[in-house]
Design a protein around this ligand. Structure first.
Ligand SMILES: [Mg+2]
Length: 234
């Protein structure tokens, strides 16, 4: 059995406009902390949502403790604002090529089960999956960006929940992280899981991804047979 731990942004979906999340994040940071700091200028691919906020506000004299103290209101306002700004989602997020067919093929395959492991805060991850109609594919509990600002912590957290949920003693190498950034590969390796990189992220070159030594690199998920053959070897 293999458990697939899916990243969201750049792997399953992307915002139609680069940096589209800033449309709902900047007004919420301004409302909650009085400033969005330097978020407007940041590239945040592969960072968790909390890490993004820490970095954006660090020069404005707002500490990680200040942010954690207001995490609850931040998470709920971000989700509300995202729901408002993204409308029905179709103009805001697009599915990356082959994603639905790949997830359908994997759902029908007895060797695989899927969960989300993403830097997104949980309600945001759920909202995005709901908007693009993928939510039913992730039948196992995952791990999310509101649990740690360090992506490295997330696979182990998901694995613990999944072992409990399935009542199975799964080894780290039975988990396969699928993501688009060096941070996805790093968090897999830190946990002892396998890593499949996909070339659909916006910010990293093929060379930068290969330098992180993923177990495989796929250009995208459009060739379902290639995805299945690649997973079979892991
Ligand atoms: Mg990503």
């Amino acid at each position: 059995m293999r458990i697939l731990l899916w990243d969201i942004d750049g792997t399953l979906i992307r915002s139609v406009k680069t940096g589209g999340y800033k449309d709902y994040t900047i007004p919420v940071l301004e409302e909650v902390f009085g400033t969005a700091g330097r978020l407007g200028d940041m590239h945040v691919s592969g960072m968790t949502d909390l890490q993004i906020v820490f970095e954006a506000l660090s020069d404005a004299g707002i500490t990680q403790d200040d942010i954690l103290a207001r995490a609850e209101v931040l998470v709920s306002r971000l989700t509300e604002e995202a729901r408002k700004v993204t409308g029905n989602g179709t103009k805001f997020f697009e599915l990356l090529p082959g994603v639905r067919d790949t997830l359908e093929a994997l759902a029908a395959h007895p060797r695989y089960e899927s969960a989300l492991v993403t830097g997104n805060i949980k309600p945001m991850a759920q909202l995005k999956m709901e908007l693009v109609g993928l939510d039913h594919f992730f039948t196992l509990p995952g791990a999310f960006g509101d649990e740690s600002h360090n992506r490295r912590d997330l696979p182990a957290r998901a694995a613990e929940r999944i072992r409990k949920h399935l009542q199975l003693d799964l080894a780290p190498e039975q988990f396969i992280v699928i993501g688009d950034t060096p941070n996805d590969i790093d968090c897999a390796q830190h946990f002892g899981a396998r890593a499949i990189a996909v070339g659909t992220g916006r910010f990293y070159s093929r060379e930068e991804i290969l330098a992180c030594e993923p177990d495989a690199l796929l250009p995208n998920l459009s060739d379902v047979d290639l995805v299945l053959r690649t997973l079979e070897k892991l």
